[in-house]
Design a protein around this ligand. Structure first.
Ligand SMILES: Nc1nc2c(ncn2[C@@H]2O[C@H](COP(=O)(O)OP(=O)(O)O)[C@@H](O)[C@H]2O)c(=O)[nH]1
Ligand SMILES: [Mg+2]
Length: 225
């Protein structure tokens, strides 16, 4: 692992297992405003880290949730979304997802289905927020109903990366959801792996010397009359 860190451009995702570290991914078509949203939220002192090998940008952020410091990595696509699909490693160990469409381009709303399907293939249980971006261009859209979010019981946020409406709220809520997901719930796959681990331990325990209940049973058996 030490070698991994030493190599520039390498990504060590084991850090996301640590209690104080969460990974939040961003999905959606090209030009819906994913990068602008991140930049707007992290305006003060964000340090985007371009990892060209992986076609992604990492934005690092430190947050405080219930008095605890949390290191947040926001993952942003860097062009791969043009292919309407992301590499599996993009989803790996993610704790929450921000899924964006552009209120001015209907096709980006329609494509949420494709993004959501792919997300659920890799991360069946993580919290996902649907984001209607660019409301500054047409404030009336906030009166419209967008069934996609309702259909899948997902929260919907109307935001503008251009004027900042709801951006801080969106990201802070995403961080809270990621942290609470990490603390309280696990993906089905995680549960299965945990069960397998416990099963292994039980097997080992069964191989140990016979528990003393059985020995006592032999001693305390009913006396022959
Ligand atoms: N009017 C308006 N334009 C925006 C907003 N957010 C992003 N844009 C513009 O949309 C374009 C694509 O933004 P970008 O963040 O690169 O999209 P990405 O490909 O999803 O990362 C840029 O020209 C932005 O200036 C917004 O909230 N309002
Ligand atoms: Mg971008």
């Amino acid at each position: 692992m030490a070698e991994d860190r030493a190599r520039p451009g390498e990504l060590d995702q084991t850090k996301y297992d640590a209690d104080d570290s969460v990974k939040i991914i961003c999905l959606g078509d090209s030009a819906v405003g994913k990068s602008k949203l991140m930049e707007r939220f992290l305006m003060d002192g964000f340090r985007p880290q371009q990892l060209s090998t992986y076609a992604l940008t990492l934005y690092k952020h430190m947050a405080t949730v219930d008095g605890k410091t949390v290191l947040v990595d926001f993952w942003d696509t860097a062009g791969q979304e043009r292919f309407q699909s992301m590499h599996a490693s993009y989803y790996h160990k993610a704790h929450a997802c921000i899924m964006v469409f552009d209120v001015q381009r209907k096709v980006t709303y329609k494509n949420l289905h494709t993004w959501y399907t792919e997300l659920r293939e890799f991360r069946p249980e993580i919290p996902c927020i649907v984001v209607a971006n660019k409301i500054d261009a047409d404030i009336k859209v906030t009166q419209k109903s967008f069934n996609f979010a309702r259909k899948f019981s997902l929260p919907l946020y109307f935001v503008s990366a251009a004027d900042g409406t709801n951006v801080v709220k969106l990201f802070n809520d995403a961080i809270r959801l990621a942290v609470s997901y990490k603390q309280n719930s696990q993906d089905f796959m995680d549960e299965v792996l945990q069960e397998l681990e416990n099963f292994d331990l039980e097997q080992k325990a069964a191989g140990d010397p016979a528990p003393d209940r059985e020995q006592r049973g032999a001693v305390e058996g009913p006396a022959p009359s």
